[in-house]
Design a protein around this ligand. Structure first.
Ligand SMILES: *Cc1c(COP(=O)(O)O)cnc(C)c1O
Length: 494
């Protein structure tokens, strides 16, 4: 399996080069040259496997250079009982006859990012060995909240890695911020950026392409890589859980072999839903991909009329991990739909220059056929949380609620009753203030006391990694202007 850049498919990379490097030199995203098809009996074969074995089976299709033994070791380290509080790793909970919720937040940071970020350090450090890279890798992360903590937890004390996380000062929840600023490990750094997520992400992208900084780092024995979902090593492990969910539904006889399902994903950077798209490309019977957005509905508009326009107000919502106006991974989808790097490059330079591009009619048609976009505001998010809890006793977080709203809108509009898998991306305890408010509480405790309040209200215990934050001390207090992120990097990498 060879990898290419979405902006130039003449240069080929191995999987380990793609993962070690993170981003192509031309600014494009490194992507498989083609998406392999699942062998005929694959779903049947995987039906009775554990999650870890399914991960090996699926990842192997994309990673020829990695042995089954290597991948097996990675999967058992990444998804073991010391990391995940559910033996199923990503359990599927049936909400009603044809609605199933794929819970992706049973890992160490209580958000779906763990599914990939527990695996990425293994893929990345092994890729360094395979590519004979002997510098230390410095992982730069821009986070809307969950990626930062997930990456810190995945990379802490991993030899020959450093990790630096930038989060928007006022764009993350209190619990998310505490999770990051209390991070342990000798190779980690965390800084708040004055601005929103797009400022942090743009700042990180600029660092990547800053030649002067790169040279200085090389002199000090470092090179940059990325743990954002622009890294292929982030997207790949996410394909696994969609296939795994389908296998669970087959195993539990909730669907028939070959039966189509729809998948509904609360979306920000387009990484998670892209993985579902790739699972479909591999042959998983997925019909519609429902892309759920909050008030930052740039993707909803794009999927409706084919115009991506980031020139709009940025809103801070109660689903902050989706507060994004530039969805980086859309570029991979555009490549897949056009198979034309020159066309992708044109769209991306338009985005860069004027913040807007319109795709061709051919691309629009393909998008329409496969994707449906819906969005909702915070009030609707809260209504869904309350109803889900009151009617079904199921407590969901704000992001997952946006997805359930989108599914409801889709079903109302189309009458489609195809079974749906809804990706549940965070524990409700990560966003407990908003969840408590949705449940009708008015005096909401601050900081970690809100965890107890949610427990008192619902009788459900907070996940151990969140409850444990109480005993941790704050290690990071640095706040940087977005134009000074480079200083933060150089001061950490002395
Ligand atoms: C990151 C995140 C999302 C958005 O996922 P993308 O892959 O960026 O589309 C949604 N919900 C939660 C809780 C997240 O952490």
């Amino acid at each position: 399996m060879r990898y290419i850049s979405t902006r130039d498919n003449t240069t080929q990379y191995s999987a380990s080069q793609a993962i070690a490097q993170g981003l192509a030199g031309d600014g494009g995203l490194l992507t498989p040259f083609y998406i392999p098809k699942l062998p005929n009996k694959a779903l049947e074969d995987m039906k009775d496997m554990a999650y870890q074995q399914r991960a090996v089976y699926i990842m192997k299709q994309f990673l020829e250079e990695f042995s089954v033994k290597e991948l097996t070791d990675f999967a058992s380290a990444a998804y073991g009982p010391d990391k995940f509080d559910s033996p199923a790793v990503a359990p599927v909970r049936t909400v009603d006859g044809n609605t199933h919720c794929l819970e992706l937040w049973h890992g160490p940071t209580c958000a779906f990012k763990d599914m990939a970020l527990q695996m990425l350090p293994h893929l990345l450090t092994t890729s360094l060995v395979k590519t004979e890279e002997n510098k230390t890798v410095c992982i730069l992360v821009a986070t809307s909240g969950d990626t930062g903590k997930g990456a810190l937890e995945g990379f802490k004390d991993v030899p020959r890695t450093k990790i630096l996380v930038f989060y928007p000062k006022d764009g993350v929840s209190q619990v998310q911020e505490l999770q990051m600023v209390t991070q342990e490990g000798s190779n980690v750094g965390v800084a708040a950026v004055v601005g929103n997520f797009d400022d942090a992400q743009t700042g990180v992208k600029k660092l990547f392409s800053n030649e002067r900084v790169r040279r200085e780092l090389a002199r000090r024995g470092y090179f940059f890589s990325s743990a954002n979902s622009i890294n292929w090593g982030r997207v790949l492990p996410q394909i696994v859980y969609y296939i795994s969910a389908y296998c669970d539904l087959l195993r539990d006889e909730k669907i028939e072999p070959g039966q189509a399902v729809n998948v509904c994903v609360p979306t920000g950077n387009f990484g998670n839903i892209l993985a579902a798209y790739y699972a479909r490309e591999m042959g998983l019977p997925i019909d519609q991909l429902i892309c759920a957005s909050n008030r930052n509905n740039v993707l909803t508009d794009f999927l409706r009329d084919g115009i991506y326009d980031r020139n709009r107000t940025f809103y801070n919502t109660m689903s902050p991990s989706m507060d994004i106006l530039i969805s980086s991974n859309l570029e991979r989808l555009l490549y897949s739909l056009t198979q034309d790097p020159a066309e992708v490059k044109r769209y991306m330079s338009r985005l860069n220059e004027v913040g807007r591009y319109e795709v061709s009619d051919k691309v629009k048609e393909k998008l329409n056929k496969r994707f449906k976009g819906y969005s909702c505001d915070d009030r609707e998010t809260q209504r869904v949380i309350r109803e889900m809890y009151e009617k079904r006793g199921y407590l969901i977080d704000t992001h997952t609620a946006v997805a359930f709203s989108a599914l409801e809108q889709y079903r109302k509009e189309t009458g489609d009753t195809t079974p749906a898998v809804v990706a549940s991306t965070a524990s409700p305890f990560k966003f407990c203030a908003s969840v408590l408010e949705a449940l009708g509480e008015s005096n909401i405790a601050s900081g970690l006391d809100a965890l107890d309040q949610l427990t008192a209200k619902t009788g459900q215990p907070a996940p151990a990694p969140l409850a444990g934050l109480r005993d941790k001390s704050v290690r990071f207090t640095q706040v940087v202007e977005k134009d000074h992120m480079v200083d933060a990097v150089l001061s950490v990498l002395e």
